[in-house]
Design a protein around this ligand. Structure first.
Ligand code: TRP
Length: 344
């Protein structure tokens, strides 16, 4: 396999208010990667419509994710921030990948099975094909590294399978068009950090989610300091004091989650956090956690509010990002057409 220049791509769905899980699991890591890589960050509205969306809410959610990217510290001038539907090549390459991916591969996707449940005859074809669009998002930029949560690992594997099969099926044409041994890189997931999986504050076995009925289960980026402090005070714990070592968190889902959140917010390891708080009850720990959460989230939330007050500026950022993304995507798509034998 030849080596490809390193490039980061990731996407966030504009499907509801953003919470701590999105921030620690995705956005905060996107910010860090800017130091070492060329990065492309996308608001994936084409993925959002795999389930029905209210147009009014969708538009406002697209602005909210864009504002969150910028408020968290992504620099849309040095890197690229844009909205998926503004670059038609994503959908175009996804069609090609629908013809590369096999039914059996998509049938194995656990996220589809979870989302479709017993209703699989009635969900959209788009929901089934979701992973091929995701592969197109990444590969239309020939991106090599993809920061995602644990739950997207299987989709990343599918992206690799699609890239590999395309490279194999069209090996001769890839070589004769001057692209050597492989046209697409096999993109690697970047899954790491203490809190890639942030769980509900009310139930340590469930992911923190925008769709949980209890707002006390999550910290929203839009929460003010009082709301943050109160939600942490009410967060579920257990009657034991905190352990002094990481091994002592085993089986204590809520304690494990809160320690993980603390570590991710402050940049410490779980072990360091427990050195400090081990043997104590939860109350001192919770008040330190509330301070860390306010310090981490509140500046992002208030900067988001400021940005959201000027939708014209956010749209200008997205338009500029789309113009620059389109140049890269069009180049890949042109090559794909040559490789496939299309006339252009
Ligand atoms: N499926 C991802 C999620 O729900 C969002 C996404 C769409 C994505 N396209 C992507 C993530 C490409 C990484 C790369 O979190």
């Amino acid at each position: 396999m030849p080596t490809f220049p390193e490039r980061v791509f990731s996407g966030v769905q504009p499907t509801g208010s953003l919470h701590l899980g999105n921030y620690l699991g995705a956005i905060k890591r996107f910010v860090a990667l800017q130091e070492t890589h060329d990065c492309i960050y996308c608001v994936v509205d084409l993925h959002a419509i795999t389930v029905q969306q209210s147009p009014v809410e969708l538009r406002s959610n697209i602005r909210e994710v864009t504002a969150a990217f910028i408020a968290a510290g992504i620099d849309p001038k040095k890197h690229i921030v844009f909205n998926q539907s503004q670059v038609a090549e994503h959908a175009e390459l996804a069609w090609v990948f629908n013809c590369v991916a096999r039914m059996g591969w998509l049938n194995r996707m656990t996220q589809f099975k979870d989302k479709a449940g017993k209703n699989s005859e009635n969900v959209s074809v788009g929901l089934f094909a979701y992973p091929t669009l995701m592969a197109a998002d990444i590969l239309v930029y020939r991106a090599t590294h993809v920061p995602v949560g644990e739950d997207q690992k299987q989709h990343l594997e599918l992206s690799r399978d699609v890239a590999q099969k395309f490279n194999n099926d069209f090996a001769e044409s890839i070589a004769s068009n001057g692209f050597g041994e492989a046209f697409f890189p096999l993109p690697e997931p970047l899954i790491q950090g203490p809190a890639t999986r942030v769980m509900s504050l009310r139930d340590g076995s469930k992911k923190m989610s925008k769709s949980d009925v209890s707002d006390y289960s999550r910290l929203n980026l839009s929460d003010d300091r009082d709301a943050i402090a109160q939600k942490i005070r009410k967060a579920k714990t257990d009657p034991e004091p905190l352990p002094s070592e990481v091994a002592g968190l085993a089986g204590r889902l809520e304690a494990d989650n809160l320690v993980g959140i603390f570590a991710a917010l402050t940049g410490e390891s779980r072990a360091d956090v427990l050195k400090r708080f081990g043997g104590q009850n939860f109350s001192a720990f919770k008040s330190a956690l509330a301070d860390a959460a306010v310090a981490g989230l509140e500046p992002v939330g208030s900067e988001m509010k400021r940005l959201l007050a000027d939708p014209g500026h956010l749209e200008a950022v997205l338009n500029d990002g789309a113009d620059r993304a389109r140049v890269l995507a069009a180049k890949t798509m042109g090559s794909v057409k040559d490789i496939l034998g299309f006339v252009r």
